[in-house]
Design a protein around this ligand. Structure first.
Ligand SMILES: *Cc1c(COP(=O)(O)O)cnc(C)c1O
Length: 392
């Protein structure tokens, strides 16, 4: 057993070296090169969508989506505050305003509070939803830790009030519905736009990288165009729009093609290891392993432990610090975005579950390489530590 058990590390057991060396050997390391289009084609085929544009990061994928959704300065975008800040910063890049609406027990945007906000706090003029003087243009739905948000209800509200839905599926590549209206549909392919990330700790990685898709293939083409400095005429360098340097490189894509080949195996291991944790933690008095939404098949990217606060008052940071001395890396859920300096003046709506979970959840080691012995060690160490804290 390793003396240090990391939270989540990349897995390069497949063709990664082969394809990256090939890209280097051929001299195609930048945005030209065959792996870029191959990765796009393979992602589109995996997700069962017409087209995907690969880019530099999940953040740039969300930014491109907001631009393509028509979000302009002064607009309002609805989002839950229990997320990684990268889901929200692009709203600021567009000089628009987030309104922070609570999450539900899946950690994802609460569809009931979303509906209530639109109906009770906004005015609908038959075409545009207004919040005070601002046009509400879009909803960013983050599928937290690989858990699918309640897309049926969210899409109903979006259609009713003419809002564009941007799915932040950066943590949920491979999660899909097994029942209901969206049966067979993957996270990121239900709303108007879907953003993916291939950062180092995501379920597949390109070092850094992202991808974006849309229900409308001309939108994907336009986002790809924007990601390459909006070059209208590549020979004469004519530009009719402001573009971005957001395109993925061939080196990243070479890694991506290899990683995607192993995605089904990574998901299988994530699910298998989750079940091991679940059986070992089933009778714990101090914590509970959080489930994933029923009616979906989750990629089970991150595992969340809910600390029983009636027994344990110890702050999350102290629990994490103590586990580290036992060689176990864990992580707090994020600080709420509405509490971060750049966002403290933004509107919040009925926040209740978000602060509740923010003070109770830790993520536990979930790498695809983790062994059964290591999982047993993690569980026994956590149980022992929480037991000691409970006695204090
Ligand atoms: C990782 C992540 C992002 C951003 O992806 P990057 O590739 O790091 O830019 C956005 N939202 C969430 C919820 C994430 O976890």
């Amino acid at each position: 057993m390793n003396s240090f058990i990391p939270l989540s590390i990349p897995n390069f057991e497949g063709n990664e070296r082969k394809y990256v060396y090939d890209a280097v050997d051929k001299g195609w390391v930048s945005t030209g090169g065959s792996y870029v289009s191959k990765f796009e084609k393979n992602l589109a085929s995996y997700l069962n969508v017409e087209d995907v544009a690969v880019c530099q990061s999940g953040t740039s994928a969300i930014h491109l989506s907001l631009i393509e959704a028509g979000v302009i300065p002064g607009d309002t975008v609805l989002v839950s505050p229990l997320t990684f800040i990268a889901a929200v910063n692009p709203v600021k890049y567009q000089h628009a305003f987030p309104v922070f609406i609570d999450c539900d027990d899946s950690f994802c945007l609460d569809p009931i509070k979303l509906r209530k906000f639109c109906e009770e706090e906004c005015d609908w003029d038959g075409k545009v939803l207004h919040y005070q003087k601002s046009a509400v243009k879009a909803i960013i739905v983050v599928h937290i830790f690989g858990n699918m948000a309640d897309m049926e209800s969210i899409m109903d509200t979006a259609v009713r009030f003419n809002l564009k839905v941007i799915e932040d599926a950066t943590e949920a590549l491979g999660t899909f519905y097994t029942e209901g209206k969206y049966k067979g549909k993957f996270a990121g392919t239900i709303g108007n736009f879907g953003a993916f990330s291939f950062n180092g700790n995501k379920i597949i990685t390109t070092g850094g990288g992202g991808a974006v898709t849309s229900l409308t293939s001309s939108s994907v083409a336009h986002m790809r165009f924007l990601s390459t400095q909006a070059k209208t005429d590549p020979v004469n360098y004519t530009h009719d729009e402001v573009g971005y340097n957001y395109r993925m490189t061939n080196l990243q894509a070479a890694l991506g093609v290899a990683q995607l080949e192993n995605l089904p195996e990574f998901i299988r291991r994530k699910q298998f290891n989750y079940d091991k944790y679940a059986s070992l933690l089933a009778n714990s008095n101090y914590c509970q392993l959080m489930p994933f939404r029923s009616g979906t098949c989750s990629n089970k990217w991150f595992y969340s432990l809910l600390i029983n606060r009636s027994k344990i008052k110890t702050p999350i940071s102290k629990i994490i610090e103590q586990l580290k001395t036992s060689g176990i890396e864990t992580r707090a859920i994020w600080g709420l975005i509405n509490e971060q300096k750049p966002y403290q003046n933004e509107k919040t709506y009925l926040l209740e579950k978000a602060p509740y979970y923010a003070s109770r959840i830790i993520n536990i080691p979930c790498s695809t390489q983790i062994t059964f012995e290591e999982i047993e060690y993690v569980v026994s160490s956590i149980e022992k530590l929480l037991g000691d804290f409970a006695d204090e």
